[in-house]
Ligand binder design. Structure first.
Ligand code: SF4
Ligand code: SF4
Length: 234
């Protein structure tokens, strides 16, 4: 049995209990996000997918659709909230895209372009977090971490099930840490997947970077909005 809801005034049929951000994408409505990965448990850390649900701001990755729900994505307050969260990420860390190995393949960069961001309204913090290169496969460029927790929750040692990444300390002292011994047990193939999972250029695969000349394009991955419009919602 289906339920009917509206997104920006358009009636949409969906499976009851489906996740709002997926339902929107399946119906050609782009909602930006940074931590959410379709098919994986919701993390709800970035809140960049916030929309109005029955008049209240909610992260679309945390909402299960229900009959009669009224969703507003194209809403001035919700859009400003989303933009502010993206801008905070740029001002909290150090994001010098032209000198970043992930430039062109970075989800934060892509979302910044999607939202038409030019500069952050918040003061730049110029974070000073140490780099890490002890792991066999990875560099950690910690100043670029947006604390989405994808690596913390979705990367585990295959044999023991133990987590390989974690967040140390809190507030402005927080930083991502890696269990080097466990990380070094990964195959090169798995390591490449893990680096790709990081939505920004924090987990960098050793031996890879600057694959394409800098300065040729806005970003290399197909526009996230265009992927949704083209029905490529995975
Ligand atoms: S992580 Fe993304 S946003 Fe940050 S510098 Fe690299 S490309 Fe730019
Ligand atoms: S290292 Fe990357 S995947 Fe891990 S929390 Fe930071 S931004 Fe997210």
């Amino acid at each position: 049995m289906s339920v009917y809801l509206t997104i920006d005034g358009k009636t949409i049929e969906a499976a009851p209990g489906a996740t709002l951000i997926d339902v929107a994408a399946d119906n050609g409505v782009y909602i930006p996000s940074l931590c959410y990965m379709r098919g994986k448990p919701c993390l709800g850390t970035c809140r960049v997918c916030s929309v109005k649900v029955n008049g209240n701001l909610m992260a679309a990755c945390t909402v299960k659709v229900a009959a009669g729900m009224e969703v507003a994505v194209d809403d001035a307050e919700a859009a400003d909230f989303r933009n502010a969260l993206v801008e905070i990420n740029f001002s909290e860390g150090n994001h010098n895209c032209p000198s970043c190995e992930k430039s062109g393949r970075c989800e934060l960069q892509a979302v910044g372009y999607e939202l038409g961001m030019v500069a952050s309204r918040f003061p730049y913090r110029f974070a000073k977090r140490s780099r890490e290169d002890a792991a066999r496969h990875f560099f950690l460029e910690r100043d670029r971490c947006i604390f989405c927790q994808r690596c913390v929750e979705f990367v585990r040692d295959e044999e023991t099930g133990r987590k390989i990444f974690s967040i140390d300390a809190r507030g402005w002292k927080a930083e991502i840490v890696i269990d080097v011994a466990l990380a070094d047990r990964m195959t090169g193939e798995r390591a490449a997947e893990v680096a790709e999972m990081c939505p920004v250029g924090c987990i960098i695969e050793k031996g890879r970077g600057y694959d394409d000349p800098i300065g040729k394009r806005k970003y290399e991955i197909k526009s996230l909005r265009q992927r949704v419009l083209d029905g490529e919602t995975a």
